[in-house]
Ligand binder design. Structure first.
Ligand SMILES: [Zn+2]
Length: 328
């Protein structure tokens, strides 16, 4: 069985415990940050805030948090390592490339058949991150992340999906997506990933829970993927009331074994900085599920067994793979 790499070493499947599969510590925009620094960013303070936040979450029973901050979102594995060394929470890193439409210009010139001809640097990056370590550290990624949004799968997005598929097939790492629910984008993601040879039961369709269309979600689930109800508290994407109603409908159909819960929250994000979050979405933190949503689900008849399935068993199956599968 696959061991699960964390920032502080590999753990066994049984150690994964209750897990938030889609969160962010520090989302940054390095070029923007250098050109137009953000007064709200202070690395030491951010590390301290992360440790306090994560330790309090550990007190509530969460044991593992997956940081899906990949390149394109300012991933900084050394900074997160400072947090990982001080918190009781286990953190898992991800690799991939975050773009809705086009890759940085570098990738236009580098790759098979391009001006600087050679293997695709995306493949090299993903496999190195998953097998040797990120940015020259020994921290290996435990997950792949791909993105498509309202533009659908553009040529560059397709290139990221294809590179992730190569890395998935070689390492067995799970694939997490950022999908656009209003256009039912998860279906196109599944088509492309399946064409590229990714096992759809190793895929989490992220932000599926932004959709209120049960038939769409049922179709995603029928193809074997996990559904990410992973933006609780992100009211500007979809209201929690809608997420809860949709989730209850799917649980009614017995789909708990394919649903995972998270927030897509961040300790710091240049996109929606702390002052904006305090004013506009104060409940959008990694504590929201435990503080409000899980208690509410219990009053609506959701059993502890279903909550355990979504919060503990499913994340373990996502991260480790099928019980008898191991490396594909
Ligand atoms: Zn995210």
């Amino acid at each position: 069985m696959r061991a699960v790499p964390t920032f502080t070493g590999d753990i066994a499947a049984e150690e994964v415990g209750e897990t938030l599969l889609h969160e962010h510590l520090f989302v940054r925009q390095p070029d923007v940050d250098r050109a137009l620094p953000d007064d709200e960013w202070d690395a030491d303070r951010a590390v301290h805030e992360a440790v306090v936040h994560l330790d309090a979450l550990h007190d509530r029973g969460v044991r593992t948090v997956v940081d899906l901050t990949v390149p394109g979102l300012g991933r900084d594995v050394r900074l997160v390592t400072r947090v990982a060394k001080r918190t009781r929470m286990r953190l898992i890193a991800a690799t991939g490339w975050y773009t809705h439409d086009a890759l940085p210009a570098f990738f236009r010139l580098h790759g098979p058949g391009r001006l600087v001809d050679g293997p695709d640097p995306l493949v090299e990056l993903f496999i190195r991150d998953l097998t040797r370590g990120i940015q020259g550290t020994g921290v290996r990624a435990g997950a792949l992340k791909v993105v498509s949004d309202s533009d659908g799968v553009t040529a560059d997005v397709r290139r990221v999906f294809a590179a992730a598929a190569v890395a998935h097939r070689e390492t067995g790492a799970p694939v997490f997506t950022h999908s656009h629910s209003p256009s039912r984008g998860g279906l196109e993601q599944q088509e492309v990933l399946a064409e590229e040879g990714v096992a759809l039961d190793r895929v989490v369709i992220g932000h599926a829970g932004d959709s209120g269309e049960v038939d769409y979600l049922r179709e995603l689930a029928a193809r074997g993927s996990f559904l990410g109800f992973d933006r609780f508290g992100m009211e500007h994407a979809a209201p929690d009331a809608q997420r809860i109603a949709t989730l209850l409908a799917l649980l009614e159909e017995g789909l708990a074994p394919q649903i995972v819960l998270s927030h897509d929250a961040a300790i710091y994000s240049r996109m929606t900085p702390p002052s904006w979050r305090r004013a506009r979405s104060p409940q959008w933190t990694m504590h929201h599920l435990h503080e409000r949503i899980l208690p509410l689900l219990r009053t609506r008849g959701v059993g502890d067994d279903e909550i355990r399935t979504m919060m503990r068993d499913n994340p373990r199956r996502v991260l480790v793979g099928p019980e008898n599968g191991g490396l594909r």
